[in-house]
Write a protein that binds this ligand. Structure first.
Ligand SMILES: [Zn+2]
Length: 145
């Protein structure tokens, strides 16, 4: 992930597919999702666009030395930003082009810069996939309950 952009491609390592709040703490996730969206004031936390369809998104950081996937925060995002974040899934649905355009618009960057960010996210993904197993740290979830 490239830290200089406010909207980033976020690829979860393959070993982490089921490591999300929804599956780890399904009851709490409903409350977290509701609280995060309620506190957002109807605006996307990334692009600032007003949206009646905000979605809660978990952001993770990866401690590659200790193979820990740690919850960083949970934010309310609009469907367009969420489609960029989950670019892999979005591409499979055939919507890659719209997601790429939204990335460039929100971040004010060129096509080449967007492609470079995508390449960097892919490189992170491949490197993290080399670790067979990640442990999960969701301590931060308590902040949203
Ligand atoms: Zn947005």
């Amino acid at each position: 992930m490239d830290k200089k952009y406010k909207l980033c491609f976020e690829f979860v390592p393959d070993g982490c597919w089921y490591s999300n709040l929804r599956s780890v703490m399904p009851g709490a996730w409903k409350t977290i999702r509701k609280n995060v969206v309620a506190r957002a004031g109807g605006r996307c936390a990334i692009c600032g666009a007003p949206s009646a369809r905000l979605e809660a998104h978990e952001r993770w950081e990866y401690d590659e030395k200790h193979a820990v996937q740690r919850l960083k925060d949970v934010i309310a995002v609009c469907p367009d930003c969420h489609a960029v974040i989950h670019y892999g899934r979005t591409s499979l649905k055939g919507d890659a082009r719209a997601a790429e355009e939204h990335f460039m618009r929100v971040n004010g960057c060129s096509y080449a810069e967007m492609r470079a960010a995508l390449g960097a996210a892919n490189a992170d993904h491949i490197r993290r996939n080399a670790l067979p197993e990640w442990s999960l740290d969701v301590g931060k979830a308590a902040d949203y309950l």
